[in-house]
Design a protein around this ligand. Sequence first.
Ligand code: SF4
Length: 199
Amino acid sequence: MHHTTQETGHIVAPKNRVKPRLLLHACCAPCSTAVVERLAADYDISIYFYNPNIYPVEEYRQRRDELIHWCSNVADVPCIVGEYVPEAWMEQIRGLEHEPERGRRCNRCFRLRLQRAAIYAREHHYDLFTTVLSISPHKRYECINRLGLALARHHGIEFYAANFKKKNGFKRSIEISHTQNFYRQNYCGCVFSRPLAGA
Ligand code: SF4
């Protein structure tokens, strides 16, 4: 049996047991760094890159390739790349194109990505799943956790509810990104969040 803490619901490996397998949804290398650093001692982590929201495809490839490179050459964790179907994302957010960031469009966007992570985790026998998204100061961790927990219940798997901003998580991700010389994007990912969108 795994132990589950009251506060976060996350599973901690008992002594002398192998670590629980955690599928960690990730949007880019910079946001993954501090989260992997924080969780690696307690979990057997696999990164899951599933982000059909990212526009344009060149930006998608840049974030994906940098993450793959960091996973294999620095972090030493497996990196699973989900399919890239921007049309499926567009379908999800239809009617919410002009919502402000942190609004309803973002909730749909989180939901799509977390849902795919939950399904993948369940199908591939992970013990739990979570996402790095809450490390961003631009994202509401409460929404992410609410969605993650609901999807976990629906798909029969555990969700690690977290606020990775805490304990200077975001600051730490910037420090590591500097030392790794990462590309740091200046927008969240979708076409509507780009600095010149609508201009
Ligand atoms: S701003 Fe970010 S979280 Fe919101 S819809 Fe666009 S890509 Fe998704």
